[in-house]
Write a protein that binds this ligand. Sequence first.
Ligand SMILES: Nc1nc2c(ncn2[C@@H]2O[C@H](COP(=O)(O)OP(=O)(O)OP(=O)(O)O)[C@@H](O)[C@H]2O)c(=O)[nH]1
Length: 196
Amino acid sequence: MSLQINAVILAGGMARRMGGNDKGLVDLNGQPMIKHAIDRIKPQVKEILINANRNHSSYAEFGYPVVSDEDSGYLGPLAGMITAMAQTNADYLLVVPCDCPLLPTDLVSRMLSQLESHDADLAVASDGKREQPVVMLLKPSLRDSMKAFLDGGERKIDFWYAKHNCVVTDFSDQPNAFVNVNTPEQKQQLSEAIAK
Ligand SMILES: Nc1nc2c(ncn2[C@@H]2O[C@H](COP(=O)(O)OP(=O)(O)OP(=O)(O)O)[C@@H](O)[C@H]2O)c(=O)[nH]1
């Protein structure tokens, strides 16, 4: 029996460094930022969920369900994850942010293979220098633990996964895969690099 893997694309942040403009909808080389992530992830998963806290009708135009954080307090990415984990019936949930337009096309296969070979609960991606805490493959059954962590006032994702059986999947062979866009200047730089 093949495993079902679904994805949530997190677009629920305030995007303060982008001047408050909704980062997932900001144009990058002719497409909304989130569309680049969707195109990378779509072939790798069965279903996609978009997690956004504003502009729902714009996000709905991509053709996937859109959900807001259960708690509307902008509690950070973990809030989006627990919302998505409650709504999925998949074996594993892939979590990615909306602001990484160059995500690996072999993200799921490599994380899953490592996760299974280590009998781990979750895999987190690394670019070889840093772990990428908002790029994870995890079991939805971890939701209770994540919710308790968040309810306890904690926000740091790496502190949460350090409590679990976690493997780090190395993507240092794709050094730009997790380039992320937080500011208008970074958007301009990436736009020029993609266009070359
Ligand atoms: N659901 C949800 N996602 C969030 C929240 N805060 C950040 N994220 C998402 O987590 C990822 C990383 O977010 P950041 O870039 O650190 O935060 P941001 O709010 O988008 O941007 P800044 O305000 O500039 O820090 C992005 O995909 C965000 O959309 C939140 O409160 N809820």
